[in-house]
Design a protein around this ligand. Structure first.
Ligand code: CO8
Length: 258
């Protein structure tokens, strides 16, 4: 059931590790990768045993973009009629936490996929970029919006207009990535972080993700109201009662996801 044409999926306890696996094309994202990523995300969300997901590529490339060979002969009518790239919105609807672990190239759609995840852990070899302009196009999977929100107008505009790559250190300084780690420790560090998240009360994990994401979708006042309501809602969960009494009793909490 866990077989995908373009992905290698491993379960590490409560963590699902997803590796994009099209080495012959530097993990370029074609429609099959999209279908597989959406399917794996749905399966992850639906599995109560799974609490965190890590998306990664290879040492050389997280993903070198959308598949240029698939788009080479595509015209407006086809792109518009098929809502080309629109399916990635389904991936962003994943409710549980998703970490991107990026080594090597994260270009175009690869950078955009990494930004669709909740946060990015980068190897020191990571290279981010939106080089679509060099192909006569522009980002198509949310890059112009998510990159700008992440790193601000000056850097985003420069990246999109020149198509230059940004290394891991600069990406950390610019707030594109949460953390940079040595390349040979990337998977280990990403799994460690994912295990820490997986050990959290699962409803609270979903709520925290929803709240932070609300900051990108609404006004400050609406976002704060959303936060306060959701906070109040969490007070109705058994895990909240357990979490606070465990703290007071100086013991480890045990979560039910209820
Ligand atoms: N799509 C398809 N195939 C790719 C892609 C890609 N994005 N990137 C690399 N490949 C393939 C190469 O064609 C090559 O295949 P082959 O061996 O059959 O010739 C193989 O992967 C290895 O690549 P290279 O030989 O080029 O490897 P290098 O190490 O020399 O170079 C680079 C690595 C610098 C990453 C180089 O491959 C490169 O520049 N790739 C393209 C990067 C890029 O432009 N990405 C953006 C793509 S566009 C996009 O993501 C969003 C588009 C939105 C358009 C909207 C239209 C509707």
């Amino acid at each position: 059931s866990d077989t995908y044409e373009t992905l290698l999926v491993e379960k590490h306890g409560a963590v699902t590790l997803v590796r994009i696996n099209r080495p012959q094309a530097l993990n370029a994202l074609n429609s099959q990768v999209l279908a597989d990523m959406v399917a794996v995300a749905r399966a992850y969300d639906a599995d109560p045993e799974q609490r965190c997901m890590v998306v990664t590529g290879s040492e050389k490339a997280f993903a070198a973009g959308a598949d240029i060979k698939q788009m080479e002969s595509m015209g407006f009518a086809h792109a518009y009629a098929t809502n080309f790239f629109g399916g990635w919105e389904d991936f962003t609807r994943t409710r549980k936490p998703v970490i991107a672990a990026v080594a090597g190239f994260a270009l175009g759609g690869g950078c955009e996929l990494a930004m669709m995840c909740d946060f990015i852990i980068a190897a020191d070899t990571a290279k981010f970029g939106q080089p679509e302009i060099k192909l006569g196009v522009a980002p198509g999977m949310g890059g112009s919006q998510r990159l700008t929100r992440a790193i601000g107008k000056a850097k985003s505009m420069e990246m999109c207009l020149t198509g230059r790559m940004m290394g891991a250190e600069e990406a950390e300084r610019a707030n594109l990535v949460a953390r940079v780690v040595p390349a040979d420790q990337l998977i280990e560090e990403a799994l460690k972080t994912a295990q820490a998240i997986a050990a959290m009360p699962p409803l609270a994990a979903i709520a925290n993700k929803e709240m932070v994401n609300a900051a990108f979708e609404t006004t400050l006042q609406q976002g704060i109201l959303f936060e306060r309501r959701l906070f109040a809602g969490l007070c109705a969960t058994e895990d909240k009662m357990e979490g606070m009494s465990a703290f007071v009793a100086k013991r480890q909490g045990e979560w039910k996801g209820k």
